[in-house]
Design a protein around this ligand. Structure first.
Ligand code: HEM
Length: 337
């Protein structure tokens, strides 16, 4: 099912970019204005309730959306040129699909298995929306709006989510494995992974600020606290008790932003300045490389971080999405119609 992305000659890239722009042009703020006027309120109130019951859920919904968008839409759904373009990105709800006899989905892929959360919240929203306006609101749009509402709910910036995405009819475990960056990535790995999706280094650093909320498991930061030298000694020592070097306790959690794990602010970046990034890939943003200056700016200017994060989320959400006749509106977010 997975198809490798191939570099195109410039004129075809231009054509592919035009197709992407056309797809974006079909998204609109008021897409459900007449077909499902209660859609946005339904998503907002369900997210608010979920976050009230479990504050970490806000972080989990944001990550679910990132992992959806970063993995390409299934080739069979795409406009002719997309499988061959370098815009292999797509907020198409592929991450929500369970495995079927015809494809192995993304849920079981390395970066997702035993770690992605929030599926039940999306199910709850979809159930309500199917009652109010059946077959109308896509799972991909639900994810995009839920991620925004989760960030706002935790004190972060807001942005306008353009709507009208459609849902993929397949998913790819192998693309999830190859395209989602891992916690031991260095700066070059991160820049390359985001650039492959049409996202700049500023987008990459701003979006990484999503780690101002949420938790990581011991297995994701074990290397960092035992092997890295650019980590604050007291910070590393404080984490070792719950995350033994020899293995075990793999699922024990630590906050990605120790100073305010449930509040969306710029303190993640301040933590990087004091070498308290939890993941190797976090500290890679401030480790003597080209992104150091931006990390310092975000650490000293919450508004700049907020507006760059919002802009990058909009970009992430609009590139290469399925619109018009492509894909479908799933009835159940976990299964193709
Ligand atoms: C830059 C490359 C990135 C890497 C290498 C990365 C890696 C990770 C890892 C390993 C975890 C912990 C998973 C676990 O241990 O269960 C995590 C959690 C998280 N990530 Fe990322 N991530 C990246 C970018 C992003 C982006 C762009 C966003 C959102 C815009 C994001 C949002 C989150 C959130 C909110 C959590 C916490 C989720 C929860 O508590 O349920 N990440 N990430």
């Amino acid at each position: 099912m997975a198809r490798a992305s191939i570099r195109l000659p410039p004129f075809l890239l231009l054509l592919a970019a035009t197709c992407a722009a056309v797809a974006n042009a079909q998204l609109s703020e008021d897409y459900y204005g007449s077909s499902c006027p209660a859609a946005l309120l339904t998503i907002r109130t369900t997210v608010a309730t979920a976050v009230l019951l479990d504050r970490r859920m806000g972080a989990s919904l944001l990550r679910l959306y990132f992992h959806d968008c970063f993995v390409q839409a299934s080739p069979q759904d795409l406009p002719l040129l997309f499988p061959w373009s370098s815009f292999n990105i797509g907020c198409d709800a592929s991450v929500l699909l369970d495995d079927t006899p015809s494809f192995t989905g993304e849920k079981g892929a390395g970066p997702n298995a035993g770690s992605l959360r929030g599926f039940e919240v999306i199910d709850r929203i979809k159930l309500l929306l199917e009652l109010i306006c059946p077959g109308t609101v896509s799972c991909a749009d639900i994810l995009a709006v839920a991620a925004r509402d989760a960030v706002v709910h935790l004190g972060g910036p807001s942005w306008t989510v353009l709507l009208g995405r459609r849902d993929a009819t397949s998913a790819s475990a192998s693309l999830a494995n190859s395209d989602l960056p891992g916690p031991n990535s260095n700066l070059n790995d991160l820049l390359a992974a985001f650039s492959k999706k049409g996202l700049s280094s500023t987008d990459m650093v701003a979006l990484s600020g999503g780690h101002t909320i949420g938790r990581a498991q011991c297995q994701s930061y074990r290397n960092r606290i035992y092997a890295d030298t650019d980590i604050d000694g007291t910070f590393a020592a404080s984490l070792r008790g719950d995350c033994p070097q020899g293995g075990g306790n793999d699922g024990n959690l630590a906050p990605l932003d120790a100073s305010s794990p449930d509040y969306f602010d710029n303190s993640y970046f301040s933590g990087l300045l004091t070498h308290m990034g939890l993941l190797h890939s976090d500290q890679a943003l401030y480790d003597g490389g080209s992104t150091d200056g931006l990390v310092r700016s975000y650490a000293s200017n919450n508004d700049q971080f907020g507006s760059d994060f919002a802009a990058a989320m909009v970009k992430l959400g609009n590139l290469g999405v399925l619109t018009g006749a492509y894909g479908e509106i799933r009835v159940n977010c976990r299964a193709v119609n």
